[in-house]
Design a protein around this ligand. Sequence first.
Ligand SMILES: [Cu+2]
Length: 181
Amino acid sequence: MTSPIKPPEGNWWDQTVNRRESIWLGLGVVWSLVLFGWMSIWTRTGDQNPIGETYQVSESEFREKMNAYEEAAEETEQGLVPEGTDVYMAGIRFAWDGAPVVLEAGTQYDFHLSSYDVQHGFSLRPEATLSKQINLQVLPGYEWVVPMTFDEPGTYHIICNEFCGEGHRSMHDTIIVTEEN
Ligand SMILES: [Cu+2]
């Protein structure tokens, strides 16, 4: 069987590379090295880096903390109103324990994030602009304390953005942010 693709004529494999092509290849290599170096600078100084502290915690320990938090919080129709500025939230296939929660704009809260089973993605998006989002990862065995302040009142959607099983698509809840008092 003959190939429908015709080979180019002459000894195409043994020709010198055009000078311009060499220059572009060189620029490409230099640029990739710059970006590679920049990555290291960025992880040290970038504003987009995750903040807060992470602690090791067992599932049962976190459940205990969650129970104490939920008991102290006030239950309303819209959701839990935390007693102080600590907010506990845990992913479990396929729901968010601790949500929905009612918070106040302009107050800095400490979010304690964890998971009871597998790795989940904690994606937070304001309803008015769903494309605006922050994405965090929650891991079983770890409690990540992330300071968070909501500038604007409104509904914020919590969506799992890490595929965690069959019911992953339904892993959704809300944070209601009310006007500053
Ligand atoms: Cu998921």
